[in-house]
Design a protein around this ligand. Structure first.
Ligand SMILES: Cc1cc2nc3c(=O)[nH]c(=O)nc-3n(C[C@H](O)[C@H](O)[C@H](O)COP(=O)(O)OP(=O)(O)OC[C@H]3O[C@@H](n4cnc5c(N)ncnc54)[C@H](O)[C@@H]3O)c2cc1C
Length: 397
């Protein structure tokens, strides 16, 4: 992979910049930067603009609706969208179940689900984790019993992100209780409106409703909704997790985050000098930037491998660990920079709210964002588990 942009790449960069400037929804501008909670409509409004342009799924093969961009172009795309602070699209359809369906699905499944993922008509959620089965996912107990041309599903999933909005969910279920753990699991696509499904909110530390419990009681799922062979769902599950981890690194967004921390540290005072001139604070920012640059080059190597036909391998665990740690360090530095202005716990102005926030605008979401970002080292497979994977698969220990 060449890191110098060719004239074509530079032209592409200009095209992307112009497209974002003209088409990024006006009502979304600045919303993410200010840390406002984003609604389903917010996510979908940008999604639909990109779908119309044919740019919503750059990583997909062209035959299924991908853009056919080179690794460099995809890198430029993620840089430019982060630079303009465009909201990140929901990954559950585009980066998770979509690739599973075009890799393992039947022609009918591809025809039914892929166009609706691209258009944004279907919002997906991920039903993997259960109470007691997170890191040890293969121990999951939600069971699906065959009844004619249906499965009858019973069990409980947890931490299901954005399930409150979901039209469809992809679920791991146990179809053979007698087989070895990984060998008795199947991958089902379930319409979230099916009778027997209950979604209950879990409110997280930052006060947000992002995650849920999903209960399944005698939920009837057509057998044709199973992806790949019965009891071979673990193959799809592992494939999906590797895709999930690559996207989690969030390098471009963190680069923007560093610039934001620097601008806060220029505005905040440390005694009679701007905080940015404090040697200790400056060192922390410099260390963060160095780690981020190293991560960026690792991600570029991984992208280059992908463009040469290699799928994301165990190195995606490394991207997940470093990317998530950097995201957390950014929120720690932001909280440190805003100091006591971070203490009042504002969640924006709700209807009927007549209190005024204390301190500068950039301070209001510092604490909730700090708390919310504790999740990044847990989800997508916790960082301890990623270290185990590296020890085994990369270092051969
Ligand atoms: C905000 C958020 C959103 C999520 N969204 C989804 C979603 O949409 N869909 C979904 O299916 N799941 C989701 N998850 C669940 C997530 O994948 C699990 O939380 C994660 O896999 C960890 O599982 P656990 O919570 O059961 O913790 P446990 O597995 O019980 O782990 C507890 C602690 O022990 C450590 N540990 C466990 N086993 C080992 C080991 N072998 N070696 C070393 N350390 C170990 C872990 O690292 C962790 O620190 C989400 C989680 C969060 C926090």
């Amino acid at each position: 992979m060449h890191l110098d942009f060719s004239p074509e790449d530079l032209a592409f960069q200009q095209e992307v910049r112009a497209f974002i400037a003209e088409n990024y929804p006006v009502e979304l501008r600045g919303k993410q930067d200010e840390g406002d909670e984003l609604s389903k409509e917010d996510f979908l409004s940008w999604h639909k603009v990109l779908a119309k342009k044919g740019w919503v799924a750059p990583a997909w093969p062209v035959e299924y609706g991908g853009t056919g961009w080179s690794a460099t172009q995809r890198y430029i795309w993620s840089e430019e969208t982060a630079r303009a602070d465009c909201i990140r699209l929901m990954p559950f359809g585009l980066s998770m179940v979509g690739p599973v369906i075009y890799t393992f699905g039947t022609p009918e499944q591809k025809a039914k689900y892929l166009p609706r993922i691209l258009s944004g008509e279907d919002w997906w959620c991920q039903g993997y984790s259960e109470p007691g089965s997170g890191s040890d996912l293969a121990s999951l107990r939600t069971k699906a019993v065959r009844d004619g041309d249906h499965y009858v599903v019973n069990g409980q999933k947890t931490w299901t992100t954005m399930a409150q909005h979901a039209d469809w969910g992809f679920f791991l279920v146990r179809t053979d209780p007698d087989a070895k753990q990984q060998e008795g699991i199947s991958f089902l696509l379930i319409d979230m409106k099916t009778p027997g499904i209950t979604v209950r909110p879990i409110i997280t530390l930052g006060g947000e409703h992002e995650v849920n419990e999903v209960w399944l009681e005698d939920v009837r799922v057509p057998v044709e909704n199973r992806v790949y062979e019965e009891n071979k769902g673990w193959t799809c599950a592992k494939f999906l997790l590797a895709h999930e981890r690559t996207g989690i690194a969030g390098v471009a967004a963190s680069k923007r985050g560093v610039e934001k921390v620097k601008s806060i540290a220029r505005a905040e005072m440390d005694g009679d000098k701007p905080l940015i001139s404090n040697a200790f604070f400056k060192r922390k920012i410099a260390e963060l930037e160095m780690d981020l640059t190293a991560l960026e080059f690792t991600e570029l190597r991984s992208l280059a491998g992908e463009s040469a036909g290699k799928g994301p391998g165990p190195e995606s665990s490394l991207l997940k660990i470093k990317g998530s740690e950097i995201q957390q360090r950014l929120t720690e530095l932001t909280l440190e920079a805003v100091g006591h202005y971070g203490a009042p716990y504002f969640r924006g102005f709700g209807e009927g709210d007549n209190e005024h926030p204390i301190g500068p605008d950039y301070a209001h979401r510092a604490a909730p964002t700090y708390f919310n970002t504790r999740k990044t080292t847990i989800y997508g497979g916790s960082n301890e588990i990623q270290r185990n994977i590296i020890a085994k698969m990369v270092l051969g220990l």
